[in-house]
Design a protein around this ligand. Sequence first.
Ligand SMILES: Cc1cc2nc3c(=O)[nH]c(=O)nc-3n(C[C@H](O)[C@H](O)[C@H](O)COP(=O)(O)OP(=O)(O)OC[C@H]3O[C@@H](n4cnc5c(N)ncnc54)[C@H](O)[C@@H]3O)c2cc1C
Ligand code: SF4
Length: 486
Amino acid sequence: MSDAKKKKKKPEGPNKLKIKERMKLPRQDMPAQNPSDRVKNFNEVPYGLNDEQAFQEALRCLECPNQPCVDGCPVEVDIPGFIRLILEKDVAGAARKIKETNSLPAICGRVCPQEEQCEIVCVIGKKGKPVAIGYLERYVADYEREHKLVQLPKIAPPTGRKVAIVGSGPAGLTVAGDLIKLGHAVTIFEALHKPGGVLVYGIPEFRLPKSIVQAECDFMADMGVEFQNSTVIGKMDTIDELFEMGYDAIFIGTGAGLPRFMGIEGENLIGIYSANEYLTRSNLMRAFDPDEYDTPIIRGKNVAVLGGGNTAMDSVRTGLRLGAENAHIVYRRSEIEMPARIEEVHHAKEEGVQFHLLTNPIKFIGDDQNRVKAMECLKMELGEPDDSGRRRPVPIKGSNYIIKTDLVVVAIGNASNPLIPQTTPGLDCNKWGNIIVNDETMQTSRKGVYAGGDIVTGGATVILAAGAGKKAARAMHKYLMEEVKR
Ligand SMILES: Cc1cc2nc3c(=O)[nH]c(=O)nc-3n(C[C@H](O)[C@H](O)[C@H](O)COP(=O)(O)OP(=O)(O)OC[C@H]3O[C@@H](n4cnc5c(N)ncnc54)[C@H](O)[C@@H]3O)c2cc1C
Ligand code: SF4
């Protein structure tokens, strides 16, 4: 058949629109709470697409034969495949299609940086706006959950092998979900009193409702995963003791939860929190709900948050919702270098956050009761690129100025927690304390011990942690079946 004839061929499948017609369809906007209302509550900001909007958005997909969006997804979700199922009105089938490679679609649909992954390579985005893949992922996962269509998968007969997972963030949950389906007995040991990792203690309710994370954990429990919360491995039992207790293989998914500080004068003043402590108090310990919980938290009128990542945006927007009149982001590079998702920066701006870019604090100033009252900053300019590939901020001499603040949140990144490496002989780590693994299998230097997520990469993303969990689960299954005798 000639090329011309091929072009004229009617599209197959449920989408009867011609390619040209699909390209003319506008991208659907996600309806969201009004900024002036939402800064007074902790409810989720975007409402999600309705059925008609999701259908219209799905019609935009060109069903590209080479599927660049699938290559752009770290876990290779069959994106055109699940979009096609939306058009066939099989929304639960679409959710199941995503779950073939991503166990946490309701979470990833909300927090993944699609603009840097699947959507940036979407063909339709070259001329207009890309297909809203993240919105559609959220839509199908919410539809499946809200219509009670989530089905328990088939669980293989028991293998007699026992697996311990340390840490219940996206990496640990993914390993648990994959290994329980294969018939292994799985126990998750979690230091906090609730499972979910950063998804519960870090990311605020207005971005990721905790009921969604709980639903994922409940689903794991329904499949047979046992959760042992409030259990700090390395303090209560070590990795070696877990082996002695009869576990055949262990996955370490303990994340990067050790806060970094500026190391400047005045950092011990009252009113200066690490983002970890601030967000944990607000989210996990529910300080945002003072009618029900009496968790203490400082509610500043002038909040200054140091950093430019998602953690910084979450902290500053939490500060506003806890009653701040002025909320500042202080970041030493420019907006282009900000690691936060574009949507988070956009939402923060809409909510009235003031951005002090190319600005670095050099000293905190306290009052006579040792409470922070201001911070001295220096303006910066960008020099040559540093190790991270981003242009290095260089101080401008004599540019000092003062920002008035009564609450500072330091959100400049986290390091890995040293507890497990310190209590596990023979577990190799790099100079930053991240566990070293084989990239293909996620196996550590210890036999039968695997690791993945932020504890290996340093602070990264939910989907990368989940992807590492998938790889580890595959290798652990092979190890359990081939090398552990029963
Ligand atoms: C505030 C914030 C906002 C973020 N926003 C986004 C976003 O929008 N999009 C995105 O993709 N990523 C985001 N991230 C990053 C993302 O959340 C992480 O990359 C991801 O959660 C890492 O998953 P993980 O499973 O490796 O570890 P974690 O989620 O950190 O979970 C580790 C778990 O291990 C537990 N643990 C630690 N030590 C022990 C021990 N010794 N014994 C037992 N349990 C232990 C911890 O309590 C924790 O529950 C954000 C991170 C933060 C902090
Ligand atoms: S690249 Fe975009 S248009 Fe092409 S298949 Fe993927 S989502 Fe559809």
